[in-house]
Design a protein around this ligand. Structure first.
Ligand code: FAD
Ligand code: NAD
Length: 465
C-alpha cells in the first residue's frame, strides 16, 4: 500500500474543500485534497451551477413561447419555439466541465495536490484512500472534513425509476409531459419553475402551509403568484404517501384530509439534504454531533485536535458560499492566523421567478429578538427600470434598529435581485445605518434604486412613492 505524508488532508473537493486547499497551498502548507468524484462537489457538478444553467434556458424558452402566443408585452412575435433538451444539457455540461477543470487548474497553480478516490478515516491522523491504482494511506497532521451533503430520500418514495432527485432532474434529456415536485423549497421551486417554463405540466406538493416556509408570506407572495401564472399547481399542507399499486401514480394526502392520486411522468423529490457523515469511518473519531451534523466551534474545529469540519456536513445554512468562507478561514487558521467566524450574515438567494435575496434578519425575526425596528419597503411597481423590463413584481425591504438605525436585514423579491445580495451583505457586514444607504447615490435608472428608496422609506423620507 502506497504511503503519502502531508501537513493538511482535505476530504471532499466541493466549494468548502477546494477553497481550503487553494488557500492553504497559497499559504505554503503542504496540502492534499481527496475526492471520490470530480472536483467541484455538489455545487459545480450537480447543484448550484447546472441548476442555474437550466433555469436560464427555461427563461429563454419561455420568452420565445410568450412571443409565439401573443403574450409578449413588448409587441414581439415569434414562431412556436422548440427545444432539444439533449443540446441544452450538453451546453450545461460544458459549463460544468469548464468550471471543474478550472478548479483543477487553480489547485495546481496554488501548489495543492489532489487525489481521486474514496477516503476512509482510520484515526485522527490517518486516512485510507481507495484509488483506481489501489489503496493509499495518507498520514496528515491536520484533517479537514468537507464531505458535503446528499438528498434526503422519502421512505415511502425511494429514488429509482420515475422518482428522481435533483441530480436526475438536472440530467434529463427528454422533457417529461408532467412533473410532480415533492417539496416546495429551494430545489423544488427552482427546478420546478425551469421545467414549467419549458412547457412541462408541473405540480408542487409541499407539506408546510406555504411554499418556501423559511421566508415570510409577504416575501414569497410574488413567487406564488408567478407560479400560478406559469400554470404550476401548488398543493400546500399536502403529504405524499407513496406510489399507488400500479407503480405509476402518486398518492397524496391533501390539506383538507382527502386522499388523491396524481399522474406524473417524473417525480422530483426535493425535501431537503442531509450531511454526508456515514460510510467513511467518521465514527472512528467518535466526534460529538449537533443532530445529524458534525459539531464545530467558531473556528470550525471539531472536538478532536487537528480535525476541522466545514460546509454542509456542519449544518445550516447548507450553502456554497458559507462552505467557501469557512474553508478560507480554516486554511488561515492552520497557517497560524488568529481568526474566528464572526460573519454578521450569510446571504440567502433563491433563484425562483421572481428571485428572492435575503441577508440578515427579516422583520419577524428581528422583532422576535425583542428589538424595536423600523421597516422600509419600496415596490418595483414604482421603479422606472423595473417598468422598462416589464417586471414590476416584488419589492425591497430594509429592517433596522429603531434606536440607532443600524441595518439588521435587507430582503428583496423581484426579477434579477439575486445580484442585490452582495450589496445587502456589504451593508450589513460594514454595519451600515439607514442613512448610509439613503445618502448613497444609486445609479438611475436601475432596480437598485429601490434599495435606496427602502432606506428612505424607513426614515420617513421616501421620494418616489
Ligand atoms: P459538496 O459540494 O457536497 O462536496 C462534498 C464533496 O465531498 C463531494 O464532491 C463528494 O464526492 C466528496 N466526498 C464525500 N465523501 C467522500 C469520501 N469519503 N471520500 C472522498 N470524497 C468524498 N448553494 C448555494 O449557495 N447556491 C445555490 O444556488 C445552490 N444551488 C443548489 C442547487 C442544487 C440542485 C443543490 C443540490 C444544491 C445547491 N446548493 C446551492 C447547495 C450547495 O451545492 C452546497 O451547499 C455546497 O455544494 C456544499 O459544499 P461542500 O463543500 O460542503 O460539499
Ligand atoms: P429545502 O429545505 O429548501 O426545501 C424542502 C421543502 O420540502 C420544505 O419546504 C419542506 O417543508 C418540504 N418537505 C419536507 N418534507 C416533505 C414531504 N414529506 N412532503 C412534501 N414536502 C416536504 O430543501 P431542498 O429544496 O431539498 O434543498 C436542500 C438545500 O440545498 C437547501 O436547504 C439549501 O441549503 C440548498 N440549496 C440552495 C439553493 C440556493 O441557494 N439557491 C438552491 C438549491 C438548494
Amino acid at each position: 500500500m502506497a504511503e503519502i505524508v502531508c501537513k493538511l488532508l482535505i476530504i471532499g473537493g466541493g466549494p468548502g474543500g477546494y477553497v481550503t486547499a487553494i488557500r492553504a497551498a497559497q499559504l505554503g502548507i503542504d496540502t492534499l485534497i481527496v475526492d471520490e468524484g470530480p472536483l467541484g462537489g455538489t455545487c459545480l457538478n450537480i447543484g448550484c451551477i447546472p441548476s442555474k444553467a437550466l433555469i436560464h434556458a427555461g427563461e429563454e424558452f419561455h420568452k420565445l413561447a410568450e412571443a409565439a402566443t401573443g403574450g409578449s408585452p413588448f409587441g414581439l412575435s415569434a414562431a412556436s419555439p422548440a427545444i432539444d433538451l439533449g443540446k441544452t444539457m450538453a451546453w450545461k455540461d460544458g459549463i460544468v466541465t469548464r468550471l471543474t477543470g478550472g478548479v483543477a487548474g487553480l489547485l495546481k497553480k496554488a501548489g495543492a495536490k489532489s487525489l481521486r478516490g474514496r477516503a476512509s478515516i482510520r484515526d485522527g491522523k490517518t486516512v485510507t484512500v481507495e484509488t483506481d491504482l489501489g489503496p493509499q494511506t495518507v498520514h496528515a497532521e491536520t484533517i479537514v472534513i468537507a464531505t458535503g451533503s446528499e438528498p434526503v430520500e422519502l421512505p415511502s418514495l425511494p429514488f429509482g425509476g420515475k422518482v428522481i432527485s435533483s441530480t436526475g432532474a438536472l440530467a434529463l434529456t427528454q422533457l417529461p409531459e408532467s412533473l410532480v415536485v415533492v417539496g416546495g423549497g429551494y430545489i423544488g421551486l427552482e427546478i420546478g419553475t425551469a421545467y414549467a417554463k419549458l412547457g412541462v405540466k408541473v405540480t408542487v406538493v409541499e407539506a408546510a402551509p406555504r411554499i418556501l416556509p423559511v421566508w415570510d408570506a409577504e416575501l414569497t407572495g410574488p413567487v406564488a403568484k408567478r407560479l400560478a401564472a406559469l400554470g404550476v399547481e401548488v398543493m400546500t399542507g399536502a403529504k405524499v404517501t407513496g406510489l399507488a399499486d400500479d407503480g405509476e401514480t402518486l398518492q397524496v394526502a391533501t390539506a383538507d384530509g382527502s386522499d388523491i392520486t396524481l399522474a406524473a411522468d417524473k417525480i422530483l423529490v426535493a425535501v431537503g439534504r442531509r450531511p454526508r457523515t456515514q460510510g467513511f469511518g467518521l465514527e472512528q473519531l467518535a466526534l460529538p454531533m449537533d443532530g445529524p451534523f458534525i459539531r464545530i466551534d467558531n473556528q470550525c474545529r471539531t472536538a478532536m485536535r487537528g480535525v476541522y469540519a466545514i460546509g454542509d456536513v456542519t449544518g445550516e445554512p447548507m450553502l456554497a458560499h458559507r462552505a467557501m468562507a469557512q474553508g478560507e478561514m480554516v486554511a488561515d487558521l492552520i497557517a497560524g492566523q488568529p481568526l474566528v467566524w464572526d460573519k454578521r450574515a450569510i446571504p440567502a438567494v433563491c433563484f425562483t421567478d421572481p428571485e428572492i435575496a435575503s441577508v440578515g434578519l427579516g422583520p419577524n425575526a428581528a422583532r422576535r429578538d425583542g428589538q424595536a425596528v423600523l421597516v422600509g419597503t419600496f415596490p418595483f411597481r414604482a421603479n422606472g427600470r423595473a417598468m422598462s423590463l416589464a417586471r414590476e413584481d416584488g419589492f425591497v425591504r430594509v429592517i433596522a434598529r429603531e434606536d440607532n438605525h443600524v441595518v439588521l436585514g435587507i430582503e428583496a423579491v423581484g426579477a434579477g435581485v439575486a445580484e442585490f445580495a452582495s450589496a445587502f451583505s456589504l451593508a450589513i457586514e460594514m454595519g451600515a445605518r439607514l442613512e448610509d444607504i439613503a445618502d448613497t447615490i444609486h445609479a438611475h435608472p436601475t432596480m437598485g434604486e429601490a434599495i435606496q428608496e427602502s432606506a428612505l422609506a424607513a426614515l420617513g423620507r421616501g421620494l418616489h412613492l
